[in-house]
Design a protein around this ligand. Structure first.
Ligand code: SPV
Ligand code: MG
Length: 432
């Protein structure tokens, strides 16, 4: 009996998939390789079902004889293991991000005279409708809330960009580039206290309180579907923090990051130029424990942000705090730094890497923006947050346009600085 191999994500199954399975059945015994979250995250967003659920679905497709996981987009490992006579795939991967994967499949199959069988892409299905439908499902609080943990399991480094309203969340949601055949996009968004406050014309001193932050959060939740990490400032007093955790978990926020400061909070990037007080380890641990106790399910993450480097308390203090916060039950550590030099930051990372028990590490390269994601990954960072860049880029553009109108007493000169009216009209679907 000949063997055929089909790779599937098995998230949304449609007639196109059944055509492929049927073809594989005609050719021989069917082995399905279910793409793991890790494999899928190499080229697109995570599906809404977990990989175990997807495997279960594949196992229940009529005519499928065996199901295995495929842990990379590259088929090689599974092909060498299974040595199928055929690989069956739609003919839509000849171009785009999967082109190289396809070439490698052909190459590997040659070793035992295996063949790639391609069947015409099923054109009569509205994939964009399906995808949009799935986005609605992913937006449900439970699925969206759990996405960050899944991304952490699947990806080397999770890439997050700041959003401060519905429109910026759509930019984080939809912006994609292909570089050297690699598709890149953002994995989720950071709702920053700095940009949320600034876009409201207010200082970043916890004046924009949880109730006001909820307006922004809801705007973002309503129009986007990627996971959200909320900048929770200090978390407020413990008795309030408990409610914030419950609210955010209920809404489908994936994580809240709280910083270990007390009193009137000032933005960390001021460093020691302003009066800022770090909380005691004991107090902050109490807050962490109370927060962890308040959440209902295990997915929601509370991440502790250590301000020792900001407040010039040194790497040893930061490490001591990291240990204590982990013991108190945090799900992640954010080590913040406002130094262009990464000496202290990387010293922290190197020592942190030696901890027996670690939780995901978060870095915010605002001051040290020359550092690449690869370097951060090498230093053990699991989440990188670009914390304020959409607002910082929008503001100078808007000031420039305002000045140019004043200088010319008309708007002609700003046309080239602005998107065409036709484009803004069509920017948001449903405007017409
Ligand atoms: C924010 O974005 O609000 C932050 C990060 O808290 S920072 O501005 O660097 O303090
Ligand atoms: Mg902040």
């Amino acid at each position: 009996m000949k063997k055929s191999y089909v790779a599937l994500s098995a998230d949304v199954l449609h007639p196109g998939h059944y055509n492929i399975i049927n073809k594989a059945r005609e050719l021989g015994e069917v082995v399905v390789g279910v793409l793991t979250d890790k494999a899928i995250s190499e080229y697109k967003r995570l599906p809404y079902l977990s990989q175990d659920q997807r495997k279960n679905i594949a196992e229940n497709i009529k005519g499928v004889n065996k199901v295995v996981f495929q842990d990379t987009l590259d088929y090689t490992e599974n092909l060498l293991d299974i040595k199928p006579d055929y690989v069956v795939h739609g003919d839509n991967w000849k171009h785009g991000v999967q082109k190289k994967v396809r070439e490698k499949v052909i190459e590997v199959l040659k070793q035992w005279n295996g063949q790639l069988i391609e069947i015409p892409y099923t054109k009569d299905i509205s994939f964009s409708k399906l995808r949009n439908g799935m986005n609605e499902v992913i937006k449900s609080p439970e699925i969206r809330g759990g996405m960050l943990r899944r991304l952490l399991n699947a990806k080397k480094i999770v890439r997050i960009l700041e959003a401060h309203d519905g429109l910026t969340s759509l930019i984080v949601e939809n912006t994609e580039v292909i570089v050297d055949g690699e598709k890149r996009s953002f994995d989720g968004m950071w709702i920053s206290s700095l940009t949320d406050s600034t876009s409201k014309g207010k200082p970043d001193i916890e004046l924009v309180d949880v109730t006001s932050r909820l307006q922004t959060i809801n705007e973002v939740l309503e129009v986007s579907s990627k996971p959200i990490i909320l900048d929770g400032d200090t978390g407020g007093i413990l008795e309030h923090f408990i409610y914030t955790v419950k609210t955010m978990e209920r809404l489908g926020i994936s994580a809240i990051i709280i910083e270990d400061k007390v009193g009137l909070k000032k933005n960390s990037l001021f460093g020691t130029d302003v009066k800022q007080t770090q909380d005691t380890i004991e107090n902050f641990c109490k807050k962490i424990r109370a927060g962890k106790k308040a959440q209902l399910k295990k997915d929601f993450m509370i991440i502790a942000r250590i301000e020792s480097l900001i407040l010039k308390q040194g790497v040893l203090d930061a490490l001591k705090r990291a240990k204590a916060y982990i013991d108190a039950g945090v799900d992640g550590i954010m080590i913040h730094s406002k130094d262009k030099s990464t000496e202290d930051l990387f010293h922290f990372c190197d020592e942190y890497a030696k901890f027996d028990y670690k939780v995901p590490l978060v870095a915010v390269p605002s001051a040290y923006s020359h550092v690449t994601e690869e370097k951060l990954y090498e230093k053990g960072v699991n989440i990188v947050i670009y914390a304020n860049h959409l607002l910082r880029s929008a503001y100078p553009a808007m000031v420039k346009v305002s000045k140019t109108i004043l200088e010319n007493k008309r708007a002609l000169e700003v046309e080239e600085l602005c998107m065409p009216i036709k484009d803004i009209l069509n920017l948001i679907p449903g405007t017409k």
